[in-house]
Design a binder for this molecule. Sequence first.
Ligand code: GTP
Ligand code: MG
Length: 649
Amino acid sequence: MSGTPQQGRKPRSVALVGPYGSGKSTLFDALMEAAGAPIRRPADPRNRPMSTELRLGHCTYLGDAWSILDCPGSIEFAHEAAAALAVVDLAVLVCEPTPARAPTAAPMLKLLADLGVPHIVFVNRIDTLDGRVRDTMEALQAYTKPPLVLRQVPIRAANQITGYVDVVSERAYRYRKGQPSELIQLPSDMRDREQEARAALMEVLADRDDALMEKILEDVVPSTQEIYRDLHKDLAAGAVIEVLLGSAENANGVRRLWKALRHDTPDPRETAERRAIAANGPPLAQVFKTVYAGHTGKLSYARIWRGTIKDGAMLDGTRLGGIYRMPGSDAVKVAEAVEGELVALGRLDGIATAATISTGSAADALPFPAAPAPVYALAIATTDRKDDVKLSGALTKLTEEDPALSVVHDTDTGETVLRGQGEIHLNAVVERLSRNHGLKLTVAKPSVAYKETIRRAVQEHARLKRQTGGHGQFADVKLDIAPRARGEGFQFNDRIVGGAVPRQYIPAVGEAAEEAARKGPFGYPVVDISVTLVDGTFHTVDSSDMAFKSATRMAMTEGLAKADPVLLEPIDRVTISVPNDYTARAQRLLTGRRGQILGYAERPDWPGWDDVEALVPESELHDLIIELRSQTMGLGTYAHNFDHLAESK
Ligand SMILES: Nc1nc2c(ncn2[C@@H]2O[C@H](COP(=O)(O)OP(=O)(O)OP(=O)(O)O)[C@@H](O)[C@H]2O)c(=O)[nH]1
Ligand SMILES: [Mg+2]
């Protein structure tokens, strides 16, 4: 048999998630390197670019096969991490050690709990911590219900963390830069602290294990095996979160993390059960990301949920053209992929991200995170109109690759508008359009779709009379132009009696009136008016549709200008969501942008967060998200919907 997973254990998959800049990519490289699958590293680690999309890697550690996903941490790419969480067996939440930064881990802790994804915490950059790990744990605990249990007690010398004591094995290790830690004698002054941490761990485990509880009460020392078993079980159930320490940059704590992954990552079958996927049935997979890679063409990153998928198989009517793994920095082609793996599938045209695919009959769709609502927009245009077709092709691909991006052609302003998750997200999109597709673009703040209306009814008379050579043009109309209530739109009425304007010309008058309303005295579309043709005259030879249209346009232009026109500004209903420490700040932010606060309340299902509601002019929303994030450690979000048009003062 070919490609059987080693030693009977199925390949498992893990996602590295957590706040931006916490060291996920550095840890990814360190994990791969420790498993003998080296990754090309940036020349200067301090210049490592922020991640903007998922990175997949494959390796084997002590005989087990692994798929690892490095997720971006920035809130602007949160959708990538959410997609990863839909398909992995375990998540490693990589955080910073400073207690003050704990709130940045809160949204991910909540998401993991909501989704029921088993997770462990890796407190990274431990080389920079000058406080106590206990304080970090306490700060993190405020954002999650399951108890955090410390697996490693740090050893300190001269205010530096130099190693750790493993709380279960009770062995001590000294960190060595870039190398496996060295086993050392347990320092005598560490004994108490280690015992304390061990007792805390036992207490948590005993809560869910009566036999263990009895042993503790009777002062019987439980076996290490028992502890490992309980930990694995509780972690898979989401009942405890174990906390490991390390420094990705120095490769400290990386092998210890590997051991925890080997021990505690649920089996793919357990994950499939958690996601209610039956054990029996044809091979099944789910696409969690789509990329267009230069030479390989379209690649669909997929989780194999059941069975084995072989290259060339028919998946939902499409023939699979290549299976790829990433055992290092480059992709390699393999013949098949087995349950538990994350692989890239080639040439699945017509199959989109989120699709559940099978070699059998069409499979029921598995849940997948919905695309996030846009919070930032940019208008783009080609500098050369000849590139318009190319641009639209490129945008089709980009939106297929990135569900958090959408493109709209605004019919009011005539602009092509990119909508996404923030400045960095959309700048990355523009950068890709120019770099990968060779497009020269101009980028601007999208225009606001102002409208206008009138406040006074007028009657306007216009006559077109032209004699050019033999054949002339003649039309004469009298229009009543009147305001209508907000939202009632445009209406044309005909009140002609006795054939003052022959029936055949009346539709032309209606059309011309509506056309003329597309651009009012201020240059914007005129809404909520009625135009009534009340009288007119005609000429049997010289009148025509065209003549009546011209006369109507003249009457409209003159009439609208006299009818006390006013600019209408779109007003959105905005909900800002922030941790309640920032509620007052969010309110100030909104009032500073001409917002009218409607109120605030606790955010449903988000303990410690508030929703602030307000009516805000759309023209003030463009960079709201940027200011909001900068004032709230990147945590604040907002949603908005068009509410009404208001007369501008
Ligand atoms: N001192 C110290 N610095 C670290 C450690 N791990 C990572 N860094 C640095 O922290 C910075 C960010 O690291 P990344 O690995 O890019 O962080 P990330 O979590 O992938 O960031 P995003 O992809 O933007 O979410 C880099 O400059 C790293 O060199 C560590 O253990 N100690
Ligand atoms: Mg990264």
